[in-house]
Design a binder for this molecule. Structure first.
Ligand SMILES: Cc1cc2nc3c(=O)[nH]c(=O)nc-3n(C[C@H](O)[C@H](O)[C@H](O)COP(=O)(O)OP(=O)(O)OC[C@H]3O[C@@H](n4cnc5c(N)ncnc54)[C@H](O)[C@@H]3O)c2cc1C
Length: 439
């Protein structure tokens, strides 16, 4: 395999992280992955493995080697009896969902985009919404990794359990994950309903709503005091073959309004606030039945920067009330809905939901708006509330900020030093997170 140069450079999905790697390799086999890792290690270089580049944080930034597994995809093997599959790490969620549906299987939950790779999703602890479900890393039952010395390790709850707990959410800092074993469930359908409600009513019924529905997520328009409740429950009805005219019209209206808001926001904060209220006032109530693989991802054509934190679930209503006060005190008019989701706790050492059921609050902002003060004010509130930042979101935490939040962080860092003593898999961002020295 010959490494490919990238003369035009690399950029993440939001366009906020750019770099010019010296080389980008696209291995097609385990042996090629090992060979490329060994080559970079022997030459004293660095290597960052990338997925689809959907992270907002500079996780994939490097001026040295990038490795993409976009040509290392598909299901390697399936255990039909146990509904488990071994997937090659470069498979996008969209592709994986199709492959699972062909086998009458599905993942139990999913995030709001299916563009990322399965390895990128688990590496950052990405999640969907529904109090009964953990993040995607919690569906992992086995991992195969190539370490900095080129060796291959397989881990699971039974085999090298400490490595398994560390490596499930590991930001590409322990090695290149090449294969992931996932626990799936029988294929299912969901009846997805969107309903407009007031912020006050939603908070008052939050616990009830979470318990009533299999999946619940909230899209909050803070100035309008309005929330879109999007919930889903299993259904045996026939799936809707295509998007209805009303749904397509609704989506088109929302996209036009979001674009209009972006233009208005550049001119005047009041105009942006007005457009946000207008959009919130027109939210329709609608329901449709969808196959599992189509039920979670939402269309996103507007590129944004995003801050997200996982916070203690039992304090959700209180934190959201405080957030409303913080936002109202700012001159920055929040005009893209804030996403509120619910995730069950798990036991991966670096999972933002580590041993804690969580409410995850994501705040998107247009990259060309002055969002720094908005993100800073919200971060201050979330830090006070024991929040853990989403690893893929825009945050500037260092090891000393993270230590009190992650009881196993020092164990992770010790394991990282042991597995990668020369810092092959580091970049400046990863080095700050794990207190490592860049040579
Ligand atoms: C439009 C949009 C919607 C989103 N929706 C959600 C959501 O609903 N829920 C949520 O939690 N997050 C969401 N995110 C964030 C996203 O899920 C994460 O940033 C995720 O990591 C992206 O996966 P990726 O394949 O793009 O990985 P990248 O961003 O390319 O990489 C992320 C990390 O994974 C590591 N990595 C990738 N492949 C490997 C490998 N083979 N071995 C080891 N490490 C590897 C990289 O080194 C890096 O540290 C969203 C992002 C966008 C842009």
């Amino acid at each position: 395999m010959k490494p490919l140069s990238r003369p035009q450079g690399w950029s993440n999905w939001s366009g906020t992280v750019r770099c010019e790697p010296n080389w980008c390799s696209e291995p097609v086999s385990l042996e090629e992955i090992q060979a490329e890792v060994l080559r970079a290690a022997e030459e004293g270089e660095r290597l960052r493995v990338i997925g689809s580049g959907c992270s907002f944080a500079p996780l994939c930034w490097t001026d040295d080697n990038q490795m993409s597994l976009r040509r290392f995809t598909g299901i390697e093997s399936a255990d039909v009896q146990r509904s488990r599959v071994w997937v090659r790490a470069g498979t996008t969620l969209r592709h994986l969902n199709e492959l699972l549906a062909e086998r009458e299987l599905a993942l139990e939950n999913g995030p709001s985009t299916d563009a990322p790779t399965i390895a990128g999703l688990i590496a950052t602890g990405s999640h969907g919404s529904g109090t009964a479900f953990g993040n995607l890393a919690s569906m992992v039952t086995g991992l195969r990794l190539v370490l900095a010395d080129g060796s291959v390790r397989v881990c699971s709850r039974e085999q090298q359990p400490e490595l398994f707990d560390a490596a499930r959410v590991s930001l590409g800092a322990l090695g290149v994950v090449t294969h992931i074993e996932l626990q799936c469930i029988d294929h299912y359908r969901l009846k997805v309903t969107s309903r407009r409600a007031s912020f006050g009513e939603t908070l008052a019924r939050l616990t009830e709503l979470r318990r009533e529905h299999r999946n619940l997520e909230l899209h909050w328009f803070p100035y309008a005091g309005v929330v879109r409740q999007r919930y889903a429950d299993e259904s045996r009805e026939a799936p809707q073959p295509a998007l209805s005219v009303a749904t397509v019209r609704g989506l088109a209206y929302e996209q036009i309004m979001l674009r209009g808001m972006r233009t208005l926001a550049r001119r005047s904060t009041q105009a942006a606030e007005y457009a946000g209220k207008l959009l919130a006032a027109r939210l329709p109530t609608e329901s449709c039945v969808l196959d599992a693989e189509r039920a979670y991802a939402l269309p996103r054509r507007t590129r944004v920067q995003q801050l997200e934190y996982a916070l203690p679930l039992e304090r959700a209503a209180d934190i959201l009330r405080q957030l409303e006060r913080v936002i109202r005190a700012l001159d920055f008019r929040v005009h893209i809905p804030i996403e509120i989701r619910f995730v069950r706790g798990d036991d991966a050492w670096l999972s933002p939901q580590y041993r804690r059921d969580s409410v995850c609050i994501a705040l998107p902002a247009y990259g060309d708006r002055p969002y720094a003060a908005y993100f800073a004010a919200v971060t201050e509130l979330f830090d006070r509330s024991e929040g853990r930042p989403h690893w893929g979101s825009a945050h500037d935490k260092t090891i000393s900020d993270l230590r009190p939040l992650y009881p196993r962080l020092d164990d992770f860092c010790a394991l990282r030093r042991q597995l990668d003593p020369h810092g092959l898999f580091l970049n400046p961002h990863i080095a700050r997170l794990f207190g490592a020295n860049l040579r």
